[in-house]
Design a protein around this ligand. Structure first.
Ligand SMILES: *[C@@H]1O[C@H](CO)[C@@H](O)[C@H](O)[C@H]1NC(C)=O
Ligand SMILES: *[C@@H]1O[C@H](CO)[C@@H](O)[C@H](O)[C@H]1NC(C)=O
Ligand SMILES: *[C@@H]1O[C@H](CO)[C@@H](O)[C@H](O)[C@H]1NC(C)=O
Ligand SMILES: *[C@@H]1O[C@H](CO)[C@@H](O)[C@H](O)[C@H]1NC(C)=O
Ligand SMILES: *[C@@H]1O[C@H](CO)[C@@H](O)[C@H](O)[C@H]1NC(C)=O
Ligand SMILES: *[C@@H]1O[C@H](CO)[C@@H](O)[C@H](O)[C@H]1NC(C)=O
Ligand SMILES: *[C@@H]1O[C@H](CO)[C@@H](O)[C@H](O)[C@H]1NC(C)=O
Ligand SMILES: *[C@@H]1O[C@H](CO)[C@@H](O)[C@H](O)[C@H]1NC(C)=O
Ligand SMILES: *[C@@H]1O[C@H](CO)[C@@H](O)[C@H](O)[C@H]1NC(C)=O
Ligand SMILES: *[C@@H]1O[C@H](CO)[C@@H](O)[C@H](O)[C@H]1NC(C)=O
Ligand SMILES: *[C@@H]1O[C@H](CO)[C@@H](O)[C@H](O)[C@H]1NC(C)=O
Length: 414
């Protein structure tokens, strides 16, 4: 009501101020258009609210009248159209079926994450042609990702993670060339990876914990802006393409818990910004490439539960930032390279259940930050170096002081 009376006031002012009836007519038409758009958008939103449960409706009790611009969760653009709708973590229960996407085409941001929404994503989502940010993550949304999502070519951020989405990832996702971040993790998606070669602006790609199969396409090498790639906990097979070496911005690479075979490509040595490399629980074979030593930024290296053989290259001694070296459950042989003693940041080493032989290098005594060392189930012989003896004593002392259980060293039965 306040709105319509203020409308009348400006109407009168215009009548007084404007001499040209032509100008008046067009301004008046613009006003009519504006208010009918607002009315249309308000009606669409109120219709959706009415489809939600009682508590959600109470939460949205500020949604009242004809002008949504100052309603909870809503921001309008200069022309008073609804541009941003953010009802993240609002306890909303219901579906999107009553959401009239075609009445809210000026939306640029839609964030409904962390609610209790269920049902499917309606096909109408494809009419939000101005959308740059779509977040429906952490709900209970099911069904397939609708193919009209490929219409949203202005999308920079797409988060549908932590839902119950099923079916395969529509190929149309590959048309979203502007995407910076794509997160479809923790759903029940099947089928192969969508064509990704054109998503060159991606910095973050997360498909973790689905049932995606097929292999990693070599076009992955096109995504040179990627800094974080997570494909773990899927059913991906085939080998790691050597094109992975083109992703020189990569800081985190998680491919664990898949069915990857063959050797780790030497091109991995190109990833000099890599901090986390988790390739564990696959079927990787061959020996650990000597190029691994080029990963100067590496903080954690986990290659456990594979079928790696050959020896551990002495180049690991160059991984100056390494905190955790985890290689258990492989068939790595030869001696533990003495260069390991150069890795002053190491806090944990697990080489258990391999075929390491020879003596424990005394240089291990150099690793003052080490608090976990497991060498069980190897063929290591000879005495426990007295340098380690001192270390064990020190750690035992620390454990005694802090009350932690003394459960190391888990050295082989020599
Ligand atoms: C915004 O909302 C308040 C009440 O929450 C109301 O008094 C005010 O008139 C509204 N303004 C507009 C422009 O609708
Ligand atoms: C939505 O609002 C929440 C806080 O309520 C905020 O953390 C989040 O960043 C907002 N989303 C967008 C896209 O601005
Ligand atoms: C999702 O739905 C299931 C039943 O289908 C229900 O048990 C669960 O609590 C729901 N979770 C959320 C976050 O709404
Ligand atoms: C997708 O875009 C095409 C052309 O831009 C349009 O004809 C079609 O209606 C759009 N689909 C949806 C669901 O909005
Ligand atoms: C990729 O990002 C750059 C820099 O932000 C931008 O200029 C370019 O238009 C983007 N490409 C696409 C296809 O959006
Ligand atoms: C890789 O990107 C280029 C443009 O940067 C594009 O022309 C090419 O088609 C892309 N390759 C694939 C396989 O998508
Ligand atoms: C990558 O990022 C840079 C800087 O943000 C940008 O200039 C470039 O256009 C982006 N895209 C590609 C394909 O390199
Ligand atoms: C290494 O990275 C550079 C760009 O940083 C790239 O041109 C080259 O092809 C990459 N080498 C391999 C083997 O991937
Ligand atoms: C393990 O690797 C060896 C060669 O290094 C190969 O002969 C064998 O088939 C592999 N086993 C599995 C289960 O992949
Ligand atoms: C481990 O490698 C050795 C050769 O270094 C080979 O004799 C043995 O069969 C392999 N063990 C397994 C379980 O693959
Ligand atoms: C012990 O550590 C220091 C510094 O971290 C390093 O310079 C030295 O080479 C190491 N000694 C051995 C035997 O690895």
């Amino acid at each position: 009501m306040v709105t319509s009376s203020s409308f009348r006031v400006s109407f009168t002012l215009l009548l007084l101020l404007l001499s040209s009836s032509h100008v008046f007519a067009s301004v008046s038409a613009a006003f009519r258009h504006k208010s009918s758009t607002a009315r249309l958008e308000a009606d669409a939103l109120l219709k959706w609210r009415a489809s939600l449960d009682k508590q959600s409706q109470v939460f949205l009790s500020s949604w009242d009248g004809n002008s949504p611009c100052n309603w909870t969760g809503i921001v309008c653009d200069k022309s008073a159209s609804v541009a941003r709708l953010n009802l993240s973590s609002s306890g909303l229960k219901g579906t999107l079926h009553g959401f009239s996407f075609s009445s809210l085409t000026k939306l640029t941001t839609l964030d409904l994450s962390y609610n209790y929404l269920k049902g499917t994503i309606p096909l109408g989502v494809g009419s939000l042609s101005r959308l740059t940010y779509l977040d429906l993550s952490s709900n209970n949304i099911s069904g397939e990702i609708p193919t009209p999502i490929g219409n949203l070519t202005g999308l920079l951020f797409l988060y549908l993670c932590i839902n119950k989405l099923s079916g395969s990832i529509p190929r149309q996702i590959g048309m979203l060339q502007s995407l910076n971040e794509l997160d479809l993790s923790e759903n029940d998606l099947v089928g192969s990876l969508p064509p990704i070669g054109n998503l060159a602006n991606l910095t973050y790609l997360n498909l973790f914990s689905n049932k995606i199969s097929g292999s990693i396409p070599k076009e992955i090498g096109n995504l040179t802006n990627l800094s974080d790639l997570r494909l773990s906990d899927n059913e991906i097979s085939g080998s790691i393409p050597k094109e992975i070496g083109k992703l020189s911005s990569l800081e985190e690479l998680y491919l664990y818990k898949n069915s990857l075979v063959s050797e780790i490509p030497g091109s991995i040595g190109n990833l000099t910004n890599l901090q986390f490399l988790y390739l564990h629980t696959n079927k990787l074979s061959g020996s650990i490439t000597q190029q691994i030593g080029m990963l100067k930024s590496l903080n954690e290296l986990d290659l456990s539960e594979n079928n790696l053989s050959g020896s551990l290259p002495s180049s690991v001694g160059n991984l100056a930032s390494l905190s955790y070296l985890t290689l258990f459950d492989n068939n790595i042989s030869g001696s533990i390279p003495k260069e390991i003693g150069k890795l002053g940041s190491l806090e944990g080493i697990d080489l258990s259940t391999n075929s390491f032989s020879g003596e424990i290098p005394t240089s291990i005594g150099n690793l003052t930050k080490l608090s976990y060392l497991s060498l069980v189930n190897n063929e290591i012989s000879g005495p426990i170096p007295k340098e380690i003896g001192m270390w064990v004593h020190l750690m035992s002392l620390i454990c005694t002081i802090t009350g932690l259980p003394v459960k190391f060293p888990l050295l082989s039965e020599t």
